[in-house]
Ligand binder design. Structure first.
Ligand SMILES: Nc1ncnc2c1ncn2[C@@H]1O[C@H](COP(=O)(O)OP(=O)(O)OP(=O)(O)O)[C@@H](O)[C@H]1O
Ligand SMILES: [Mg+2]
Length: 238
Protein backbone atom coordinates (compact mmCIF):
# COMPACT_ATOMS: atom_id res chain seq x y z
CA UNK A 1 0.00 0.00 0.00
CA UNK A 2 1.17 3.50 -0.80
CA UNK A 3 -0.78 5.10 2.04
CA UNK A 4 -2.17 3.46 5.16
CA UNK A 5 -4.28 5.45 7.58
CA UNK A 6 -5.20 3.67 10.78
CA UNK A 7 -7.50 4.74 13.58
CA UNK A 8 -6.96 8.41 12.80
CA UNK A 9 -8.51 10.94 15.18
CA UNK A 10 -8.25 14.72 14.71
CA UNK A 11 -9.84 17.38 16.89
CA UNK A 12 -10.50 21.09 16.65
CA UNK A 13 -10.42 21.89 20.35
CA UNK A 14 -13.05 19.61 21.78
CA UNK A 15 -14.77 18.98 18.46
CA UNK A 16 -13.89 15.56 17.08
CA UNK A 17 -13.68 16.32 13.37
CA UNK A 18 -12.58 12.80 12.47
CA UNK A 19 -12.87 9.72 14.64
CA UNK A 20 -11.05 6.46 14.22
CA UNK A 21 -10.77 6.65 10.44
CA UNK A 22 -9.07 3.73 8.70
CA UNK A 23 -8.46 3.57 4.97
CA UNK A 24 -5.72 2.84 2.49
CA UNK A 25 -4.64 3.91 -0.97
CA UNK A 26 -3.02 1.51 -3.36
CA UNK A 27 -0.22 2.75 -5.64
CA UNK A 28 -1.57 3.79 -9.03
CA UNK A 29 -5.21 3.98 -7.97
CA UNK A 30 -7.82 6.69 -7.57
CA UNK A 31 -9.42 6.56 -4.13
CA UNK A 32 -12.27 8.86 -3.25
CA UNK A 33 -13.65 10.08 0.05
CA UNK A 34 -17.23 11.21 -0.26
CA UNK A 35 -19.61 12.63 2.31
CA UNK A 36 -21.84 15.55 3.21
CA UNK A 37 -20.73 19.00 4.38
CA UNK A 38 -18.81 18.74 7.62
CA UNK A 39 -18.16 14.99 7.32
CA UNK A 40 -14.41 15.49 7.80
CA UNK A 41 -13.12 15.21 4.25
CA UNK A 42 -11.02 18.38 4.19
CA UNK A 43 -9.74 17.66 7.69
CA UNK A 44 -8.55 14.26 6.51
CA UNK A 45 -6.63 15.74 3.55
CA UNK A 46 -5.15 18.53 5.68
CA UNK A 47 -3.97 15.94 8.17
CA UNK A 48 -2.30 13.96 5.39
CA UNK A 49 -0.58 17.19 4.28
CA UNK A 50 0.63 17.70 7.85
CA UNK A 51 -1.49 20.80 8.45
CA UNK A 52 -3.50 19.30 11.32
CA UNK A 53 -2.17 17.55 14.37
CA UNK A 54 -3.06 13.91 14.90
CA UNK A 55 -4.64 13.12 18.27
CA UNK A 56 -4.57 9.35 17.83
CA UNK A 57 -3.89 6.81 15.13
CA UNK A 58 -1.22 6.61 12.48
CA UNK A 59 -0.37 7.50 8.88
CA UNK A 60 2.09 5.42 6.90
CA UNK A 61 3.35 6.47 3.47
CA UNK A 62 5.55 4.10 1.47
CA UNK A 63 5.98 2.00 4.64
CA UNK A 64 7.24 4.94 6.60
CA UNK A 65 5.50 6.41 9.64
CA UNK A 66 4.72 10.05 8.82
CA UNK A 67 2.03 10.59 11.46
CA UNK A 68 3.82 13.52 13.07
CA UNK A 69 5.99 14.68 10.18
CA UNK A 70 5.97 18.42 9.41
CA UNK A 71 4.11 19.63 6.35
CA UNK A 72 7.19 20.91 4.48
CA UNK A 73 8.87 17.52 4.83
CA UNK A 74 5.96 15.74 3.13
CA UNK A 75 6.15 17.55 -0.22
CA UNK A 76 9.65 16.27 -1.07
CA UNK A 77 8.46 12.84 0.04
CA UNK A 78 5.84 12.95 -2.73
CA UNK A 79 2.62 14.16 -1.10
CA UNK A 80 1.07 17.22 -2.68
CA UNK A 81 -2.30 18.84 -2.12
CA UNK A 82 -4.48 21.00 -4.32
CA UNK A 83 -6.51 22.75 -1.64
CA UNK A 84 -10.24 23.38 -1.41
CA UNK A 85 -11.11 26.86 -2.63
CA UNK A 86 -8.19 27.08 -5.09
CA UNK A 87 -5.57 28.86 -3.06
CA UNK A 88 -3.39 30.19 -5.87
CA UNK A 89 -1.22 33.30 -5.61
CA UNK A 90 -3.50 35.96 -7.15
CA UNK A 91 -0.81 38.58 -7.89
CA UNK A 92 1.47 36.13 -9.69
CA UNK A 93 1.11 34.99 -13.28
CA UNK A 94 0.14 31.47 -14.26
CA UNK A 95 3.74 30.52 -14.95
CA UNK A 96 4.97 32.04 -11.67
CA UNK A 97 2.34 30.05 -9.79
CA UNK A 98 3.50 26.87 -11.51
CA UNK A 99 7.11 27.62 -10.57
CA UNK A 100 6.02 27.96 -6.94
CA UNK A 101 4.65 24.44 -7.11
CA UNK A 102 8.12 23.09 -7.86
CA UNK A 103 9.99 25.01 -5.15
CA UNK A 104 10.61 21.95 -3.00
CA UNK A 105 12.39 20.01 -5.75
CA UNK A 106 16.15 20.39 -5.86
CA UNK A 107 16.30 19.29 -9.53
CA UNK A 108 13.47 21.56 -10.67
CA UNK A 109 15.58 23.58 -13.13
CA UNK A 110 16.30 20.44 -15.16
CA UNK A 111 12.69 19.44 -15.63
CA UNK A 112 10.98 22.86 -15.58
CA UNK A 113 10.24 23.12 -19.30
CA UNK A 114 8.85 19.60 -19.54
CA UNK A 115 6.85 20.01 -16.33
CA UNK A 116 5.23 23.25 -17.46
CA UNK A 117 4.50 21.72 -20.87
CA UNK A 118 2.83 18.77 -19.18
CA UNK A 119 0.51 21.13 -17.29
CA UNK A 120 -0.26 23.08 -20.47
CA UNK A 121 -1.04 19.85 -22.30
CA UNK A 122 -3.47 18.82 -19.59
CA UNK A 123 -4.93 22.34 -19.39
CA UNK A 124 -4.59 24.16 -22.76
CA UNK A 125 -6.55 27.05 -21.26
CA UNK A 126 -3.64 27.81 -18.95
CA UNK A 127 -1.26 28.08 -21.90
CA UNK A 128 -3.42 30.84 -23.42
CA UNK A 129 -3.23 32.66 -20.10
CA UNK A 130 0.34 31.95 -19.12
CA UNK A 131 1.25 35.58 -18.40
CA UNK A 132 -2.08 36.62 -16.88
CA UNK A 133 -2.31 37.48 -13.17
CA UNK A 134 -3.84 34.36 -11.65
CA UNK A 135 -6.28 36.34 -9.51
CA UNK A 136 -7.97 37.74 -12.63
CA UNK A 137 -8.76 34.32 -14.08
CA UNK A 138 -12.17 32.68 -13.79
CA UNK A 139 -12.89 30.31 -10.92
CA UNK A 140 -12.59 27.28 -13.17
CA UNK A 141 -9.27 28.47 -14.57
CA UNK A 142 -7.94 29.04 -11.05
CA UNK A 143 -9.01 25.51 -10.16
CA UNK A 144 -7.02 24.17 -13.14
CA UNK A 145 -4.03 26.20 -12.02
CA UNK A 146 -4.24 24.85 -8.48
CA UNK A 147 -4.16 21.29 -9.81
CA UNK A 148 -1.35 22.13 -12.25
CA UNK A 149 0.69 23.72 -9.49
CA UNK A 150 0.32 20.61 -7.32
CA UNK A 151 1.58 18.48 -10.23
CA UNK A 152 4.75 20.60 -10.51
CA UNK A 153 6.11 18.95 -7.35
CA UNK A 154 6.02 15.53 -9.09
CA UNK A 155 3.74 14.03 -6.47
CA UNK A 156 3.54 10.30 -5.91
CA UNK A 157 0.24 10.98 -4.15
CA UNK A 158 -1.92 13.89 -5.26
CA UNK A 159 -4.56 15.06 -2.80
CA UNK A 160 -7.47 16.83 -4.50
CA UNK A 161 -10.05 18.65 -2.40
CA UNK A 162 -13.27 19.20 -4.37
CA UNK A 163 -11.69 19.91 -7.76
CA UNK A 164 -15.15 20.18 -9.36
CA UNK A 165 -16.52 22.67 -6.85
CA UNK A 166 -18.34 25.61 -8.42
CA UNK A 167 -17.63 24.52 -11.99
CA UNK A 168 -20.08 24.41 -14.88
CA UNK A 169 -21.14 20.87 -15.91
CA UNK A 170 -18.95 20.86 -19.02
CA UNK A 171 -15.88 21.84 -17.01
CA UNK A 172 -16.68 19.26 -14.33
CA UNK A 173 -16.57 16.61 -17.03
CA UNK A 174 -13.21 17.94 -18.20
CA UNK A 175 -11.74 17.94 -14.69
CA UNK A 176 -12.69 14.29 -14.18
CA UNK A 177 -11.21 13.36 -17.55
CA UNK A 178 -7.98 15.11 -16.56
CA UNK A 179 -7.92 13.30 -13.21
CA UNK A 180 -8.03 10.01 -15.11
CA UNK A 181 -5.18 11.21 -17.35
CA UNK A 182 -3.07 12.14 -14.35
CA UNK A 183 -3.61 8.66 -12.92
CA UNK A 184 -2.68 7.09 -16.27
CA UNK A 185 0.56 9.08 -16.13
CA UNK A 186 1.39 7.23 -12.90
CA UNK A 187 0.26 9.54 -10.12
CA UNK A 188 -1.88 8.05 -7.35
CA UNK A 189 -4.86 10.22 -6.42
CA UNK A 190 -6.87 10.70 -3.26
CA UNK A 191 -9.96 12.62 -4.30
CA UNK A 192 -12.41 14.37 -2.00
CA UNK A 193 -15.72 15.16 -3.66
CA UNK A 194 -19.29 16.12 -3.02
CA UNK A 195 -19.99 15.21 -6.64
CA UNK A 196 -20.35 11.57 -5.62
CA UNK A 197 -21.69 10.29 -8.93
CA UNK A 198 -18.64 11.43 -10.88
CA UNK A 199 -16.18 10.48 -8.15
CA UNK A 200 -17.53 6.93 -7.88
CA UNK A 201 -17.31 6.56 -11.64
CA UNK A 202 -13.54 7.02 -11.71
CA UNK A 203 -12.64 5.61 -8.28
CA UNK A 204 -11.00 2.23 -7.82
CA UNK A 205 -12.05 2.39 -4.17
CA UNK A 206 -14.36 4.71 -2.27
CA UNK A 207 -14.96 5.48 1.38
CA UNK A 208 -18.05 7.22 2.68
CA UNK A 209 -17.56 9.55 5.62
CA UNK A 210 -20.38 10.53 7.95
CA UNK A 211 -19.77 12.92 10.83
CA UNK A 212 -16.10 12.03 11.05
CA UNK A 213 -16.37 8.28 10.61
CA UNK A 214 -16.01 5.83 7.74
CA UNK A 215 -19.40 4.18 7.35
CA UNK A 216 -19.00 2.34 4.05
CA UNK A 217 -16.30 1.22 1.66
CA UNK A 218 -16.25 -0.61 -1.63
CA UNK A 219 -15.15 -0.22 -5.21
CA UNK A 220 -16.55 2.84 -6.96
CA UNK A 221 -18.81 0.56 -8.98
CA UNK A 222 -20.14 -1.31 -5.92
CA UNK A 223 -21.10 1.86 -4.09
CA UNK A 224 -22.57 3.49 -7.19
CA UNK A 225 -24.83 0.45 -7.62
CA UNK A 226 -25.92 0.33 -3.96
CA UNK A 227 -29.50 1.53 -3.34
CA UNK A 228 -28.85 3.14 0.04
CA UNK A 229 -25.76 4.94 -1.26
CA UNK A 230 -27.71 6.11 -4.28
CA UNK A 231 -30.54 7.39 -2.12
CA UNK A 232 -28.21 9.25 0.26
CA UNK A 233 -25.46 10.51 -2.05
CA UNK A 234 -26.60 10.35 -5.63
CA UNK A 235 -29.51 12.72 -5.41
CA UNK A 236 -32.00 10.04 -4.37
CA UNK A 237 -31.85 8.80 -7.94
CA UNK A 238 -32.59 5.14 -7.13
N1 LIG B 1 -10.68 25.36 11.92
C1 LIG B 1 -11.71 24.73 12.47
N2 LIG B 1 -12.10 25.01 13.73
C2 LIG B 1 -13.15 24.36 14.31
N3 LIG B 1 -13.85 23.39 13.69
C3 LIG B 1 -13.50 23.07 12.44
C4 LIG B 1 -12.43 23.73 11.76
N4 LIG B 1 -12.32 23.20 10.51
C5 LIG B 1 -13.31 22.26 10.43
N5 LIG B 1 -14.01 22.19 11.58
C6 LIG B 1 -15.15 21.27 11.85
O1 LIG B 1 -14.73 19.94 11.61
C7 LIG B 1 -15.76 19.20 10.95
C8 LIG B 1 -15.21 18.64 9.64
O2 LIG B 1 -14.94 19.71 8.74
P1 LIG B 1 -14.32 19.49 7.30
O3 LIG B 1 -13.94 20.82 6.77
O4 LIG B 1 -13.27 18.46 7.39
O5 LIG B 1 -15.58 18.90 6.53
P2 LIG B 1 -15.75 18.55 4.98
O6 LIG B 1 -16.18 17.12 4.92
O7 LIG B 1 -14.56 18.94 4.21
O8 LIG B 1 -17.00 19.48 4.59
P3 LIG B 1 -17.32 20.28 3.22
O9 LIG B 1 -17.92 19.27 2.30
O10 LIG B 1 -18.34 21.28 3.65
O11 LIG B 1 -16.06 20.89 2.71
C9 LIG B 1 -16.91 20.18 10.76
O12 LIG B 1 -17.83 19.94 11.78
C10 LIG B 1 -16.27 21.54 10.89
O13 LIG B 1 -17.19 22.49 11.43
MG1 LIG C 1 -14.21 20.31 2.70
Amino acid sequence: MLLEVEGLCVNYGRIEAIRDITFSVEQGSVVTLIGANGAGKTTTLKTLSGLRKVRAGSVRFQDRDITHMASHERVPLGISQSPEGRRIFPGMTVVENLDMGAYARADRAKTRTADIERVFTLFPRLLERRDQAAGTMSGGEQQMLAIGRALMSHPTLLLLDEPSMGLAPKLIQQIFTIIKEIREQGTTILLVEQNAAQALKIADRAYILETGEVVRTGTGGELAADDSVRAAYLGGDV
